[in-house]
Design a protein around this ligand. Structure first.
Ligand code: URA
Ligand code: SF4
Length: 502
């Protein structure tokens, strides 16, 4: 007979219950999961402590499962609990340790899809929550309130973002699902409310307008990004819409004024190569410095924004954006081509076969991966189906090379990473990376090593280019392979030495 498991709909409650069931060997097929509506008796007693871990019973769960599960748990579909338990079971008792890398598996695919929908909802909340001022606290802190209707249970998941973004004011975000409050010290949560309890729309719009005006920086105006954040069709509903138009027109004038103020000789090209590029930039086909500087200040926030990027079609068939990672102050930045199948699932660059070779080489050179910054020229996995693989359901995803338009669309992210990390040396790996960073048509086998001369990106450090580790993986002849490998490690070493010398 099927056992019904009724849990409070939270990741913590699921995790505690799932651990207990897993330890008792209760198979997924014997269970029916359901959300416990508030007030309903807990069928299984107290939920217990969330710190209990499955690991204690020798059933270790791959690390990558938890962030995925936590995101999926926010989805509103009731069958998420059963799906997560099935995945957990297969990863542990089913001994399918690599399951999360099998992108063609139905459960993995479903979980990725649900996670993607949750992320999209989180992004919508970030873009559309509008705070209205409702008063001031006794200590003189301004108090704001807003109303939002999410599709999924994302309030807790998204709360840290709002806390970080609006630390200086007190606020509440009311939703029908759950409400979150910030008082300058801690986040707290309360039950959802109905739309009637939200504050009156019109009364406080003027305040929102003045808030918007105060954060508006003409030097950072980037209409395209604003349109991506806030599709034009919604603009008419926003109180700030008439302001955007006016400020946009004013912006070019004010930007000129600002530049004029900064420099006493505005016609002379600036020293910094990065700014020089801006100075000479007038071709619409080139990437503008402003594309990179108009982004948020920190890598973390940039990554957040990139997770919702739709600037080229690649996002649509990929699981997630694979942003760069590593030391945000690294002296060396490695730029690969684009994430592969495993990177797409893990959400991290260079974790598949090419990453293993890279890690090996770093080990050989005594360099810690955490000390450098690793990213890609294109941030979404591009693939084509390769026919049915033996034993697999659905097509295998074969790497497909990003085209020029996709490289160009993605370059602002890379420029943004470079502008923030400010590495001393950039090492590109593979043709796509070299073509994106250095110049179209760049031939690595002819020009590997240090690159002197103009490059697509404006960068005043030193630039090196080498082959991609997957090129090494493809060489069949063992002798040839080991020679190529040695040469590649020498290229890496040279780049590291330049960093160390500087
Ligand atoms: N190849 C790349 O260029 N980048 C990755 O992240 C993985 C494989
Ligand atoms: Fe955006 Fe780059 Fe992804 Fe294209 S590949 S959607 S530009 S992050």
């Amino acid at each position: 007979m099927l056992e019904t498991v009724s849990i409070e709909p939270s990741f913590t409650a699921w995790r505690v219950k799932a651990r207990e069931l897993l330890e008792n060997g209760v198979a997924p097929g014997d269970l029916l999961w359901s959300d416990q509506s508030s007030g309903q008796e807990e069928l299984f007693g107290e939920a217990g402590s969330p710190s209990l871990r499955v690991r204690e019973s020798n059933l270790t769960v791959p690390k990558a499962f938890f962030p995925l599960a936590e995101t999926v748990a926010c989805h509103s579909t009731e069958n998420r609990w059963a799906l997560l338990y099935r995945l957990l079971w297969r990863l542990t008792r089913g001994n399918e340790r690599q399951l999360l890398f099998v992108s063609t598996d139905d459960d993995v695919r479903r979980a990725s899809y649900l996670a993607k929908e949750v992320r999209r909802d989180c992004h919508k909340m970030r873009a559309f929550v509008r705070f209205r001022k409702v008063g001031e606290s006794e200590e003189g802190r301004e108090q704001f309130i807003s109303w939002f209707e999410p599709m999924h249970h994302i309030v807790r998941h998204n709360a840290p973002f709002f806390k970080k973004r609006f630390t200086g004011m007190d606020w509440s975000i009311l939703t029908p699902d759950e409400c979150v409050h910030w008082d300058g010290e801690k986040l707290s949560f309360s039950e959802g409310v109905s739309a009637q309890e939200a504050p009156d729309g019109d009364a406080l719009e003027e305040l929102w307008k003045s808030y918007y005006k105060s954060i508006f920086n003409p030097a950072r105006l980037k209409l395209k990004a604003m349109q991506a954040e806030m599709p034009v069709k919604y603009w008419k509903n926003l109180p700030e819409a008439p302001l955007i138009q006016k400020l946009t027109i004013d912006a070019s004038i004010r930007r000129d004024e600002m530049i004029g103020k900064e420099s006493t000789e505005p016609t002379r090209a600036p020293k910094n190569l990065y700014l020089q590029r801006l100075h000479h930039q007038n071709s619409a086909t080139m990437v503008r410095e402003s594309d990179a500087v108009a982004m948020p200040d920190t890598l973390e926030e940039m990554q957040d924004l990139a997770s919702c990027c739709r600037a080229c079609p690649l996002w649509d068939r990929a699981t997630q954006t694979v942003f760069g990672e590593g030391n945000p102050r690294a002296q060396l930045m490695i730029v690969g081509e684009q994430p592969g199948d495993q990177e797409d699932l893990a959400g991290r660059p260079f974790v598949g076969p090419a990453g293993r070779i890279l890690n090996e080489a770093l080990g050989e050179l005594g360099v810690k991966r955490d000390d450098i910054y690793i990213t890609n020229a294109v941030k979404h996995f591009k693939w084509k189906p390769a026919g049915a693989m033996k034993g697999a359901r659905g097509p295998r995803r074969l790497h497909d090379k990003a085209n020029r338009a996709e490289m160009k669309a993605c370059r602002p992210w890379l420029l943004g990473e470079i502008a923030r990390v400010k590495p001393r040396v950039i090492l590109t790996m593979g043709n796509t990376a070299a073509e994106s960073v250095i110049r179209p048509g760049f031939r690595i086998l002819k020009e590997r090593g240090e690159v002197i001369g103009p490059s697509e990106i404006a960068f005043d450090g030193r630039l090196f280019a080498t082959v991609h580790p997957s090129f090494l993986l493809r060489i069949r002849d063992q002798e040839e392979k080991s020679a190529a490998m040695q040469e590649w490690v020498r290229d890496l070493k040279q780049a590291f030495e330049v960093c160390a010398d500087g």
